[in-house]
Design a protein around this ligand. Structure first.
Ligand code: PLP
Length: 382
């Protein structure tokens, strides 16, 4: 098997899996309980929070554990707007980029139903937010802006610090939320009011994420109940998931440069190999400029999902990007926003890598792709 779909999810690091198991089988207590093993567990959770906070360059008290990136994004959007004084609620502008993940896009569409003036900020042909367009859309009544750090389909990296300054200079009341699910640990931390991360994109198990909420930023809790996470997110703490998340983050931090170089080498090798085929187009930033772990390429004259299925039969796992739009011709919201349409959109495949991949796998994958593309092009409509 060659697994090139690491933006969808990653294999759990063995050390992280062992940690999760230890906290499931031995230290299985409810950290909110009063007896000593539970109190010790609570301390372990605090140190895990410290690890995440260190990587986000913030205080541990600004990190709230959630169940996933989707929950972090939903909490940020709904929670920030629900915390507005009642006379402002349901009014004013909300901006999101045109290429946000559905876990930002769908809440934004719900906010539109609730009365907010929701606008999409255009991106360039690589998937990067246009700073000028953002500036022109900011109004004094803009309440919230949500822009992703790294785009999950094209690998485009937004200059969040620059966008933060534009927002604060032109709409001082607006909060900036950043979906950092594809960027956390891979890109330097940025200035913002809220930042979402997810464990399973980084070799932790599924079921754990976090949201950074800067001091003084008001966000209404989404889950009410026993008051866990300082009242921000009720629900019995997912201690095994959180401890495994911290373990995976520590591993990544200890090998950051090595992992980055290995991932980038695989991406470069695959792109070099694929560039030898005819009618191949790169969707997204130039190879050295985007995120190291994401490569989006169109094979002209081939339907992406047909190629995906053929490769899957051979044990090579990739993605056509937006799963929800995979079956509708010309309906990839993200590629549309990048101006990538028609044949080029139909033929798009996203490859995403982890440090478990090798350049040898890239060569093998390229060979399989060449065979399948040549075969499928024989049936090309003329
Ligand atoms: N945001 C981005 C950019 C993503 O790529 C994903 C997952 O693919 C999510 C959010 C959702 O994260 P999760 O799967 O943890 O809910």
């Amino acid at each position: 098997m060659i697994y090139f779909d690491n933006s969808a999810t990653t294999a759990v690091l063995p050390r992280a899996a062992e940690t999760a198991q230890k906290y499931m089988r031995e230290q299985f207590f409810n950290p909110a309980a009063a007896y000593s093993p539970a109190v010790k567990l609570e301390r372990d959770i605090s140190s895990a929070r410290g690890v995440i906070a260190r990587e986000l360059s913030c205080e541990p008290s600004e990190v709230f554990f959630t169940s996933c990136g989707t929950e972090s994004n939903n909490t940020a959007l709904f929670g920030a707007l629900h915390a507005l004084p009642s006379n402002l609620r349901g009014r004013g502008r909300v901006l999101i980029s045109a290429v946000e993940h559905p876990s930002v896009y769908e809440p934004a569409m719900e906010l539109r139903e609730q009365g907010y003036d929701v606008q999409l900020v255009p991106v360039d042909n690589t998937g990067r937010v246009s700073a000028e367009a953002l500036k022109s859309l900011l109004t004094p009544d803009t309440r919230l802006v949500s822009i992703m750090h790294v785009n999950n389909e094209s690998g485009a990296i937004n200059d969040i610090d620059a966008l933060y300054s534009i927002i604060k200079n032109n709409a001082p009341d607006a909060l900036l939320h950043v979906d950092g699910v594809q960027a956390f640990m891979k890109e330097p931390s940025v200035k913002c009011d809220m930042y979402s991360v997810s464990g399973h994109k980084l070799h932790a198990p599924k079921g754990v994420g976090a949201l950074y909420v800067g001091k003084g930023v008001r966000v209404r809790p989404y889950l009410l109940g026993g008051g866990q996470e300082s009242g921000f997110r009720s629900g019995t703490t997912n201690a095994p998931g959180i401890m495994a998340f911290a373990e995976a983050v520590e591993d990544f931090a200890a090998h950051r440069q090595e992992y980055h170089d290995r991932i980038l080498a695989v991406k470069k090798r695959l792109f070099d190999d694929l560039s030898r085929l005819r009618d191949v187009r790169l969707n997204g930033p130039e190879i050295g400029e985007g995120a190291a772990h994401i490569l989006n390429v169109s094979f002209m004259g081939v339907r992406g999902e047909v190629l995906l299925n053929a490769l899957s039969e051979k044990g090579l796992y990739v993605s056509t990007g937006s799963a929800c739009a995979a079956h509708k011709r010309g309906r990839n919201r993200i590629l549309n926003a990048m101006g990538i349409t028609g044949d080029r959109q139909d033929g798009a495949i996203r490859f995403s890598f982890s440090h478990f991949n090798t350049e040898g796998e890239a060569d093998t994958a390229a060979q399989m792709i060449e065979e399948q593309v040549n075969f499928l092009r024989r049936f090309r409509r003329r």
